[in-house]
Design a protein around this ligand. Structure first.
Ligand code: NI
Length: 130
């Protein structure tokens, strides 16, 4: 929790790194994180937690590997989507986006199992706002 209100615009303006979430506040044992994204993240899976996405600006796509095959969901600004636990997914944003994530504190951006992590992806449990 935080003692004062937080401007998401100011939080987003305080860093430039892509795919590198900042923790803006916490709710019980969940983090509220914001991130700037562009290009492709990596295939990964969170075995024990769902992962909530809200698109604040731009457009995010999430490719899902489901029992029936691969499916891409497209989230314009203002859209929310929850990736179910255990579902392999890859966030993608060709044009760039700002997103808000809601997930248990300590959740790793690259999940519990993942592809090799390229240099443009930050494997982190979220950074503090500075
Ligand atoms: Ni994920």
């Amino acid at each position: 929790m935080t003692p004062e209100p937080i401007s998401l615009d100011e939080a987003l303006a305080s860093f430039d790194e892509l795919w590198s979430p900042r923790i803006v506040t916490a709710v019980n044992d969940y983090d509220v994180r914001v991130a700037k994204v562009e290009g492709e993240h990596i295939w990964h899976v969170h075995d024990d937690t769902d992962e909530f996405f809200l698109v604040l600006a731009g457009e995010l796509r999430i490719v899902l590997r489901e029992p029936g095959g691969e499916r891409t969901v497209t989230l314009p600004k203002g859209a929310v989507f929850t990736v179910p636990r255990g579902t392999e997914h890859k966030p993608v944003s060709p044009e760039g986006a700002s997103i808000l994530l809601f997930e248990p504190t300590g959740t790793l951006t690259v999940g519990d199992r993942h592809d090799a992590v390229p240099s443009h992806v930050d494997a982190t449990t979220g950074h503090r706002l500075t």
